[in-house]
Design a protein around this ligand. Structure first.
Ligand code: ADP
Ligand code: MG
Length: 586
């Protein structure tokens, strides 16, 4: 065949394929237009999963009479005027492709009235060809009706799934838009039935209640939303906010991990991974958190012009964003996870806040010894544990030790059962991360012994060498498979240096399978946590009253006294009121 330029209608269909993959893409483009038009009220109506009809009505600024036709021309947009604008896009749309693309593969009707105009305009197109244009009375805003999507592209139409599945995709998109814009009102109507609605209060949590239901939403933990120092110092000022699930709440897939960048829902495998990493060791294998992570940054820091669907972005400082997300989520999960209560603890329904790690982990942490089943008002207990979960520890009086593993202490609000190993891990972690800034305190090994390492251990050593050195290890080669440990972090004093190193390397090599190259942040944190594990007092060790008191004092001084660096609880609280209930005094 000779080379020929495609006819405009064929070219339009090809181009449309990139923007309009399925009915949900149409909804997305139309809702984005409504949002860009400052609409506060957006109503989406679909029939037969959107194949038969998609209608998006908004109360935005409308399209001026004179511009109604040009809006359907390719590369026609009111959102960009020069190439420079591409570097700082603040609107959701900018490519001027959606309306022509949708029009090319459907029958579309536009009814719009712009601000300041007193009559509306109606325009009808079929496969991109204009059929009708007339003046019409209309309220301010825009209504776009798309009928018989893909009627003229049978190949695409064939790939559509059932109405239910397509409606599901649309539902998912609309909930994401509502989460991204809590101050706007969204309503989705499927075959005449309202299936989703947000109230536009401006509070993200209100939207999350609509999306996940009250029971789930109330358990979500807010991200603190502070810009971290690194990003401030590099000037790429970003903010991470949103909500994440506590470790007790998880899903079988990643579909409830949502990322928003400046109000745009995006797909980003690396950031999704960062969120998952923040739950490392806290969730059972194959389970995933619920998360809505909103990143707000200067539009100049991102490139959204990556793909016609605009669901991918490039970050100028991707490492910085990755670290900020991971840190924000980790901090929220580890520091604000509520202290488990005995009643939560004894429910074996899988809702306990830490009962999730592997059975080996559970054994190591000697769980449960006190299966108290409380029929008492769970609601109340939950509220109590929440208020006590945040903030510092009250001064505690050590009562004694049980099972050579737990310290019993009394506080103003009842009894605390402290896991001596986990608590000590937390203390050492604080010490190491405090010192970590300019190298942690190191202790020379007086009588270095050669240690023979396995292949995986050597690999882990090589990968972690810089961090280990920074944290106080001095290890030198001593033959092909053998090393000499010359110094160890001070937190490991009194431990067998060879065994400690081997233990840390084993843990690192086990973890590194899940680990993706280049994420120093995650690796460093893991190394610190495993050093703490090696250095902490073990279960099975008898502690003197003075030792226990010192440990509790140190714990009181911690910023995150209630969880160990692996995210498990350091203590269980039994409040005075709960004791009263248990004994039937109330
Ligand atoms: P883009 O959104 O990339 O600019 P579109 O093809 O989606 O391209 O829309 C073309 C133009 O039509 C927009 O730039 C905007 O000016 C106008 N427009 C589309 N939908 C609406 C709407 N709901 N309200 C107001 N203006 C709209
Ligand atoms: Mg658009």
């Amino acid at each position: 065949m000779p080379i020929e330029v495609l006819s405009p209608s064929v070219a339009a269909k090809i181009a449309a394929g990139e923007v309009v993959e399925r009915p949900a893409s149409v909804v997305k483009e139309l809702v984005e237009n409504a949002l860009d038009a400052q609409a506060t009220d957006i109503r989406i109506e679909i029939r037969e999963g959107g194949r038969r009809l998609i209608r998006v009505a908004d109360n935005g600024v409308g399209i001026p009479r004179a511009e109604v036709e040009v809006a359907f021309e390719r590369h026609a947009t009111s959102k960009l005027s020069s190439a420079d604008d591409l570097d700082k896009i603040a609107t959701l749309g900018f490519r001027g492709e959606a309306l022509p693309s949708i029009a090319a593969v459907s029958q579309i009707t536009l009814l719009t009235r712009a601000t300041g105009e007193d009559v509306g305009t109606l325009l009808r197109l079929d496969g991109g060809e204009q059929l009708e244009r007339q003046s019409r009375g209309a309220t301010q805003g825009t209504i776009v009706t798309v009928e018989n999507l893909f009627y003229n592209t049978p190949a695409r139409r064939k790939f559509l799934r059932t109405a239910r599945t397509e409606a599901g995709h649309i539902h998912t998109y609309v909930t994401r838009a509502a989460m991204a814009f809590p101050e706007r009102r969204f309503k989705l109507i499927n075959d005449g039935r309202p299936v989703f609605q947000s109230t536009g209060t401006g509070k993200l949590l209100d939207v999350l209640i609509e999306v996940y239901g009250l029971d789930v939403a109330r358990r979500l933990i807010p991200l603190s939303g502070s810009a971290d120092e690194h990003r401030e110092s590099t000037g790429s000022a970003g903010r991470v906010s949103g909500y994440v699930s506590p470790p007790s709440l998880h899903r079988s897939n990643r579909s409830q991990i949502d990322l928003l960048v400046n109000g745009r829902w995006i797909q980003d495998r690396s950031l999704t991974y960062a969120i998952g990493e923040a739950y490392r060791t806290l969730l059972p294998k194959g389970r995933h958190p619920i998360a809505l992570v909103c990143i707000t940054l200067d539009p100049a820091e991102i490139d959204v012009n990556v793909h016609p669907a605009k669901t991918e972005v490039r970050f100028r400082d991707s490492r910085g964003v990755f670290a900020a997300v991971q840190r924000a989520v980790r901090a929220a999960v580890v520091e604000q996870a509520p202290v488990p209560h005995l009643e939560q603890w004894s429910h074996h329904t899988g809702t306990s806040d830490w009962e999730r790690p592997s059975s080996a982990d559970r054994r190591a942490h000697r769980q449960p010894v006190l299966p108290i089943d409380s029929p008492a008002d769970a609601e109340l207990g939950d509220a109590e544990s929440r208020t006590e979960a945040s903030g510092e520890l009250p001064p505690l009086r050590v009562v004694g030790q049980i099972a050579q593993a737990y310290i019993i202490a009394e506080g103003p609000a009842g009894m605390f059962l402290i896991d001596q190993h986990a608590a000590h891990e937390r203390i050492l972690y604080d010490q190491l991360t405090r010192e970590g800034g300019d190298g942690a305190a190191s202790q020379a090994v007086l009588d270095p012994v050669p240690v023979e390492l396995t292949g995986p251990q050597l690999e882990a050593l090589e990968a972690g060498e810089a961090v280990l050195g920074h944290l106080g290890f001095a290890v030198e080669p001593f033959g092909a498979q053998t090393v000499l440990v010359r110094a160890v972090p001070e937190v490991l004093k009194g431990r067998d240096p060879a065994a400690a190193l081997a233990g840390i390397l084993d843990e690192l090599s086990a973890g590194s399978q899940a680990h993706r190259a280049g994420i120093e942040q995650a690796r460093e944190e893991r190394i610190i946590a495993s050093i703490c594990k090696q250095g902490a007092v073990r279960a099975g060790q008898t502690l003197s009253q003075a030792e226990m008191q010192a440990l509790v004092r140190d714990l009181e001084a911690s910023r995150a006294p209630r969880t160990c660096p692996h995210g498990r609880p350091t203590m269980i609280h039994l409040s005075a009121s709960q004791l009263e209930r248990e004994f039937g005094r109330r």
